[in-house]
Design a protein around this ligand. Structure first.
Ligand code: C5P
Length: 313
């Protein structure tokens, strides 16, 4: 009887949904260039409490359906990072099962907030659970790095300094409670184009990595620390999408905005706020001023994201 129940449970169809949180680069400095053309970075990455949602159901084959406000902008093809991640995990673990994915695309695409990378990381985490695997963490991180430079940190899922091209992850010191307003001017921006423009504009030596052992537990102090850092991709991105300047000045005009900067390779910009009310008010104002732009207020997520990552909602 007990055996029958166990096997029934083991073969019961499973269904789960995970969040794939937006990643935000609080600063991003290019510290070198590798022989293969990839750029070595020094960046402080955090996650904001807004994301895509990825649903999983047991199935024999791997299939993907995309929906949500930004679903139409993303082709469902074999190049999708969710399917690429699934295939890579299946091959590395010699799994013969599939999964039916439903991706609710709530984050803008090609936007500098790692939507595709977070989806891939969520796919790896969810499939490990669906397929009852226990992959080695280092192996899984190496597999993630092969999918894209930002996938390992999305898999890590907590505030981190990153080095190398994104694979060298160092836990960030505890960050203060803070809110982020994300603002995207509605223009997709491909990462390789921004790095190419960066090469065209770069002058002088690369800067060296600059990290903090501690961060004050107050959002204004965090903004002060960030003020002498930059996003080196901001100027090249701006040369391709001039609306980024408008997004930055719109954020800077909002009461309570402690710092505004572009995230990743753009075009999404973020404003850092101490208070939820100020962040939500700022979002309302910028949304009313610019129809067709995407804006959202979200808390900066702290600690391990295990609960939201692994939890069903
Ligand atoms: O790895 P991912 O697919 O996100 O990178 C897209 C492109 O961005 C790469 O092909 C490369 O041109 C550029 N890139 C880079 N240095 C990085 C990350 C990305 O030059 N650290």
């Amino acid at each position: 009887m007990a055996t029958a129940r166990r096997s029934a449970r083991a073969s019961a169809p499973l269904s789960l949904r995970l969040s794939a949180w937006a990643k935000v680069n609080l600063y991003l400095q290019v510290v070198g260039r590798r022989a293969d053309g990839y750029h070595e970075l020094d960046s402080l990455i955090v996650f904001a409490g807004v994301g895509d949602r990825l649903g999983f159901d047991t199935a024999d084959d791997l299939t993907l359906t995309i929906e949500g406000p930004f679903g139409a902008t993303l082709p469902v093809d074999d190049g999708n990072l969710v399917l690429r991640a699934a295939r890579a995990l299946r091959d590395s673990q010699s799994v013969e099962r599939g999964a039916r994915f439903t991706l609710e695309k709530r984050l803008p695409v090609a936007a500098g907030i790692g939507g595709g990378s977070a989806d891939a990381a969520a796919a790896l985490i969810g499939l490990a659970r669906l397929w009852k695997l226990a992959p080695d963490e280092a192996e899984l991180s190496a597999l993630a790095a092969r999918l894209g430079a930002d996938v390992p940190v999305c898999l890590y899922g907590r505030p981190a300094f990153i080095g190398g091209i994104g694979e060298a992850i160092e836990r960030a010191p505890p960050l203060p409670p803070a809110w982020l307003v994300l603002l995207n001017p509605g223009v997709a921006l491909a990462t390789p184009a921004v790095f190419t423009a960066y090469q065209g504009t770069r002058r002088g030596a690369y800067s060296s990595p600059a990290r903090w052992a501690e961060i004050d537990r107050d959002a204004a102090a965090l903004a002060d620390r960030l003020a002498d850092r930059r996003n080196d991709l901001e100027a090249p991105a701006l040369s391709l999408v001039p609306e980024i300047a408008e997004a930055l000045s719109a954020l800077r005009r909002q009461p309570g905005c402690l710092l505004a900067r572009m995230s990743g390779s753009g075009a999404t910009c973020f404003g850092l706020f101490a208070q939820q009310t100020a962040a939500e008010e700022a979002t309302k104002v910028v949304a009313a001023e610019r129809r067709g732009w995407w804006s959202v207020a979200a808390p900066l997520l702290h600690g391990r994201l295990d609960r939201p990552w692994w939890g069903e909602f």
